[in-house]
Write a new protein. Structure first.
Length: 163
């Protein structure tokens, strides 16, 4: 199927209010329109939180990419929540998370999931991308910016020689 569809309209929650990681994950899943196609949002939240309890997905530099595998996901979906206050996430640098991504994917779509994760990490390791996302206020602008960064990476993957 590919991952070009992962960031669509309805992926961003620009104002997470939760102050701990499990509540923030639940809030993002319940508020981001992209996840509304799931019949049981709490089951998705539990899958993501179960994975988070195994090992933190806080990457550092204010970014976390929490993820869960659920069979109800017909494709890889990504939501983004912004926390202006920051959320403690036990990241390697101990920095609070301001950009929380949640990836939901079906177990059988491992390659698509790994490519989506790779594109997110590549885009977010750039300070200017992180700062630009946090500087934006309007949801459509945030969605447009993250989709632009994600699409650039997907294009590079499509052009890469097969190994």
């Amino acid at each position: 199927m590919g991952i070009s569809h992962c960031f669509q309209y309805g992926t961003v929650v620009p104002d997470l209010s939760s102050t701990d990681k499990e509540s923030a994950i639940r809030e993002l899943i319940h508020r981001a329109p992209v996840f509304r196609e799931f019949p049981d949002l709490e089951r998705l939240a539990e899958a993501v939180i179960r994975r988070e309890r195994q090992l933190t997905t806080g990457l550092g530099h204010g970014v976390a990419v929490a993820h869960g595998r659920v069979s109800e996901a017909g494709r890889v979906l990504i939501g983004l929540g912004l926390s202006r206050e920051g959320i403690p996430f036990n990241a390697p640098d101990d920095a609070p998370v301001h950009l929380l991504f949640v990836i939901a994917s079906p177990p059988e779509m491992n390659l698509d999931y790994l490519q989506a994760l790779s594109c997110l990490v590549r885009a977010l390791r750039e300070r200017e991308v992180r700062e630009a996302l946090l500087a934006l206020v309007e949801t459509p602008e945030i969605e447009r910016r993250i989709r632009q960064e994600f699409t650039l990476c997907v294009g590079r993957l499509a052009c890469a020689p097969a190994g």
